[in-house]
Design a protein around this ligand. Structure first.
Ligand code: G3I
Length: 343
């Protein structure tokens, strides 16, 4: 009988400690039935060093731009899902879920759609275009997405919590929101349909309006399964009511998720600011972990080479868990330690 090779106990312990210290946020999250996600791109995933870290640490990918209207329907009625497909294919090969992002948003629209003055007089044509877009895209990715941001950022920043005036609302009225969820559900009955928003992470006028909007959709029997909270923060500004806010949305019987987390610091950064950033990251992960229906946290980028224009414009950046060389920052270690401490 072949002799079985036994590793000495001290080596087994050393390996397990090394493994746990050297990464795998996803493994720690999965032990708590949650995910740690990443917004990514095919170009990023084509870089071996980036992909090695992304596949080691994250188990839920969001295409940063590849499923937006301006990318998938550049000409009216002509669809090209190839870039989004690349991310889905990678995720399927590496065990990641995929969050689709996003079907209906006032930004990143194709020129042909924005070139028309949409009013109530030609609203029927716009409604047909919107239905076709939602249906074709949801059908294309049917069975391949864990969740899908159906409508993104439909609530204005006005103190009265009104809906954002954009080409959809101005021509179609607020019904475009319910219609988009219904059409997406008809095309893919199994994907979790989300409403996604920024600036609604704490208890405030915008999250009040978002809560009421979701209640109204539920009352109209509209299929909505989750609320996404983007969470683009500057260090030191994580709302103290984040957990309370997540809880009140979860109380509607839907999932909640942190969908686009980054926590920017003033540049050039100091050690103290990076320590504050680390504390802020733990605050956000703790809030999610303490709300049973918070399903996971998605990072809006992996390393500090990823700088949003509006961050740079404000002289801020270095908002993520890894530095420009994909090395763990204090924020990574703080999150890793927090997730490791969760039993
Ligand atoms: O791909 C084109 C390239 O061909 C062209 O040369 C270049 C210059 O015009 O533009 C490139 O497209 C840019 C795209 O990012 C890819 O880099 C778009 O102009 C630019 O507007 C787009 O910005 C994205 C932005 O959403 C608008 O879609 C950001 O990368 C992305 O991080 C940001 O993400 C949004 C979420 O989707 C919604 N929540 C807010 C979040 C941050 O703004």
């Amino acid at each position: 009988m072949a002799s079985t090779f036994k590793l000495p106990l001290f080596l087994l312990i050393a390996c397990s400690v090394t493994l746990s210290v050297n990464g795998q946020l996803k493994t720690l999250a999965e032990a708590q039935k949650r995910y740690v996600g990443l917004a990514t791109t095919p170009a990023d995933l084509a870089q071996a060093d980036y992909a090695a870290v992304a596949d080691r640490e994250f188990d839920c990918f969001t295409p940063e731009n590849q499923m937006k209207w301006g990318e998938v329907e550049k000409s009216k009625g002509v669809f090209n899902f190839s870039e989004g497909d690349k991310i889905v294919t990678h995720a399927q090969a590496h065990g990641q879920k995929v969050r689709g992002h996003t079907l209906v948003w006032h930004n990143h629209l194709p020129a042909w759609l924005e070139a028309t003055k949409w009013t109530t007089s030609n609203a029927a044509e716009l409604k047909a275009i919107l239905q076709n877009h939602v249906t074709k895209q949801a059908a294309h990715f049917k069975g391949k997405l864990y969740a899908l941001d159906v409508v993104n950022e439909a609530i204005s920043d006005n103190a009265n919590g009104s809906l954002r005036s954009d080409l959809f609302l101005d021509a179609l009225g607020k019904e475009y929101i319910a219609d988009s969820f219904r059409w997406a559900h008809e095309a893919d009955p199994d994907v979790k349909l989300y409403y996604n928003e920024y600036g609604a992470e704490g208890v405030n006028h915008k999250s009040d309006a978002m809560l009421q909007m979701i209640k109204d959709l539920q009352a109209a029997k509209v299929p909505i399964h989750g609320a996404g909270f983007q969470s683009h923060f500057s260090s030191g500004s994580v709302p103290t009511t984040l957990k309370q806010n997540l809880e009140r949305f979860a109380a509607l019987g839907i999932d909640v998720a942190i969908t686009e987390l980054d926590i920017r610091v003033k540049l050039p950064s100091t050690a103290a600011e990076l320590e504050q950033q680390a504390k802020d990251y733990v605050t956000v992960f703790r809030a999610c972990w303490e709300v049973p229906r918070c399903v996971g946290v998605t990072m809006w980028g992996m390393n500090d080479k990823h700088v949003a224009q509006w961050e740079a414009d404000q002289g801020q950046g270095m908002s993520l868990l890894f530095d420009a060389n994909n090395k763990e920052k204090p924020a990574y270690k703080a999150v890793h330690d927090f997730l490791s401490s969760q039993k």
